[in-house]
Design a binder for this molecule. Structure first.
Ligand code: UD1
Length: 422
């Protein structure tokens, strides 16, 4: 297993290109199962999670070709030859559950193993299942699998989620495109990835209104066609690299970034003393003074502060002036990076879903362990400004969601390398 070694190295300067969104691509790819005609995605990120989704789709009978060095995914699902999403693939990635809605909607049956993914809480899929039941599916949970049937096809329904779920909204939205009649998704997630999915489905012929708001209305159609669609910019990769100059000083431009993708995050950066300027190419970030100020952060569904930037924000606040309180409202058990940051000299007290961070003047490099995708990159960010070397192990977590992280950070002057585990 590889390790990443980061050495604190002062201010950064230059540009970092931001890739297409992992989380958008992972819901756009299963949309190929809705149509006999080809679906081509451009601006795809090159990540192990995308390879896992390719493997899963191929196991179901889809053709998936990664072209132009993986940035174009040409997919085609003329027929679905296997309706069983096997545990061996699904356990690697929770987003695998997103093949359930499309298969059920197109062919009236599907079997999907219950998913695994990042160890950040229980993360059930009950909301997905309740939505399909509301649309007339019979579900049976046996041997770790969901066995779903809707022999006469899914029917449009009112699906009223008790709380916001990104994945359940995506799965229901895809399924509703081929259901008979109208589906109204209430308390829908409003994330940019949902809007991107709706735009792609509409290109395929779906009738959808209201994406980006709390109510999405879908008028089912008999069949969907093919489309070519660019994956929206990754707002989490964007926010992560925006924190690099915030932590180290200097000035970095994030190519392809837009404030609309990270509004609540920009507000918190402003409060902490960091300027974010919109340019023609993206966003330029620099801090106003040598030190940043403590800020309180509560994670919320979009347009609130994203849970997927909480760990990285904590890395910034470890050396802020004053005391910051971070409240994690989306996932329980999402402070696994805190003990690792403490190993680097941070002062963090975690009580349930609340972390209190008391700023220290400087972190010190240490051997640390990545525990999940976003936690792993928070340790790299912390290492960029720490004294000495930070050695991050278990970096396979990072490969799931950040492409070419070493090259991108080196490109702005960071001292970082990837080595084979000794
Ligand atoms: C997606 C993102 C993930 C992000 C999360 C929240 C992808 C591939 N992943 O995950 O990076 O952190 O949104 O922004 O897009 N829940 C249930 N029952 C369900 C579904 C969810 O209880 O059926 C709970 C979850 O445990 C969690 C909360 O709802 O506490 C929100 O989860 P959800 O929005 O569904 O996250 P994901 O779609 O899994």
């Amino acid at each position: 297993m590889d390790q990443i070694i980061v050495t604190g190295n002062g201010p950064l300067s230059g540009q970092i290109p931001i890739a297409g969104a992992k989380n958008a691509c992972l819901t756009l790819m299963p949309a190929t199962l809705l149509s006999e005609e080809p679906l081509t995605l451009t601006n795809a990120p090159r990540l192990s999670d995308i390879s896992t989704m390719s493997d899963l789709l191929q196991s179901l009978g889809a053709e998936v070709a990664a072209l132009q060095d993986g940035q174009v995914l040409a997919m085609s699902s003329h027929t679905i030859s296997n309706h069983n999403a096997h545990y061996d693939i699904v356990r690697k990635m929770r987003a695998s559950i997103l093949v359930l809605g499309p298969m059920l909607a197109r062919d009236g049956y599907a079997e999907v193993s219950l998913p695994g993914g990042c160890a950040i809480g229980a993360r059930p899929v009950d909301l997905h299942l309740r939505a399909f039941e509301a649309m007339g599916a019979d579900l049976d949970l046996r041997d770790g699998y969901v066995h779903a049937k809707a022999p006469g096809g899914l029917k449009g329904a009112v699906v009223d989620f008790p709380f916001v779920s990104v994945g359940a909204t995506e799965n229901t939205l895809m399924a509703a495109t081929l259901a008979k009649g109208t589906t109204e998704i209430r308390n829908a997630a409003r994330e940019p990835e949902i809007v991107d999915l709706a735009e792609c489905l509409r290109k395929m012929g779906a009738q959808i209104e209201g994406e980006g708001t709390g109510t999405i209305t879908v008028q089912g159609v008999d069949r969907l066609g093919g489309a070519t669609h660019p994956v929206v910019t990754d707002r989490i990769e964007l926010g992560t690299y925006m924190l690099a100059p915030a932590i180290c000083g200097g000035e970095v431009e994030l190519l392809g970034g837009r404030k609309a993708l990270v509004g609540a995050f920009c507000d918190k950066l402003d409060e902490a003393g960091i300027d974010v300027i919109e340019t023609t190419a993206g966003l330029r970030v620099r801090r106003r003074a040598d030190h940043v100020s403590a800020v309180d952060v509560t994670t919320e569904p979009f347009p609130g502060f994203p849970t997927d930037l909480q760990a990285q924000m904590m890395a910034l606040l470890c050396t802020a002036d004053g005391v910051s309180v971070l409240e994690e409202k989306i996932f329980e058990n999402r402070f696994m990076h805190a003990p690792e940051l403490i190993r680097m000299g941070a002062r963090i007290d975690v009580q349930g879903g609340t972390a209190t961070v008391t700023g220290v003047p400087k972190l010190r490099g240490a051997p640390v362990m990545a525990t999940d995708l976003r936690a792993s990159v928070s340790l790299i960010l912390a290492g960029l400004a720490a004294e000495g070397d930070t050695v991050v192990s278990r970096v396979y977590h990072l490969d799931r969601g950040y492409e070419r992280v070493v090259a991108k950070l080196r490109g702005v002057g960071a001292k970082i390398e990837r080595v084979k585990d000794q």
